[in-house]
Design a protein around this ligand. Structure first.
Ligand code: MD6
Ligand code: FE
Length: 217
């Protein structure tokens, strides 16, 4: 009787919200390791600093980016790609810390994707007013692997659309500690981030940090 009650509570998992077929939102999933994550991000940035990149169309992105892992996502006037070398430092990107690799694996499992082994982690820094326009993540070779996306710092409105850019996106408020796991039939859904509202986060100040883990090849 008591066991049944607890089982049904566990099954409900209020922290796990299915937002689309193959996409789940894991509320507060990384709160228990937030200090380790923030320390890991600081170490990455000390080696490969945040920088604003230019799109192939010549636009300077408002979001600043860096990477860790065997390959990093970059954009310049020649296009988008994954590259093992940070063009800013001329050296490989910082290695992916075990705490990050492990969290990506555990989160992917919660989304129903076992054995996720990311080789790239894109680190995005949003300051108030910055945004990421609707896009698809399609520079990876294997769409069978999901993407795991971690939010730290200020809250953001995540826009989640359909397979066409013109599909009206739904909005999900992502706060510090939330994780989105994204794959399956919605792997190529259009998505973006609305302009960041101003605020002050107790651990990270006036910014939002987003980590997205990918299997690129
Ligand atoms: C962000 N995220 O949340 C940007 N892409 O800052 C993404 O572009 C993203 O959260 C693919 C899957 C999940 C994501
Ligand atoms: Fe994306």
């Amino acid at each position: 009787m008591t066991a049944d009650l607890f089982d049904s509570v566990a099954d409900a998992q209020p922290w796990r919200e299915e937002i689309a077929d193959g996409a789940v939102l894991l509320r507060a999933f990384v709160r228990p390791i937030e200090s380790e994550l923030i320390a890991a991000v600081r170490a990455i940035v000390a080696q490969s600093p945040f920088r604003r990149m230019t799109t192939p169309g010549g636009h300077l992105m408002s979001v600043a980016m860096t990477n860790c892992g065997a390959r990093g996502w970059i954009t310049d006037h020649t296009g988008y790609r994954y590259d093992p070398i940070d063009p800013r430092t001329g050296a490989p990107w910082p290695a992916m810390p075990p705490v990050l690799r492990d969290l990506a694996l555990r989160a992917a499992e919660q989304g129903g994707f076992t054995g996720f082994a990311p080789d790239a982690c894109l680190v995005n820094r949003y300051t108030p007013g910055t945004r990421l326009s609707l896009h698809q993540d399609k520079d990876e070779l294997d769409y069978a692997a999901p993407i795991v996306s971690v939010s730290l710092g200020l809250p953001a409105n995540f826009l989640f659309g359909g397979m066409a850019r013109s599909d009206k996106p739904r909005r999900f408020r992502l706060v510090h500690g939330d994780v989105v796991v994204w794959g399956g039939p919605n792997r190529l859904a259009y998505h973006g981030v609305a302009p960041l509202a101003d605020g002050e986060h107790p651990l990270l100040g006036r910014q939002r940090i987003n980590l997205t883990f990918r299997r690129t090849q």
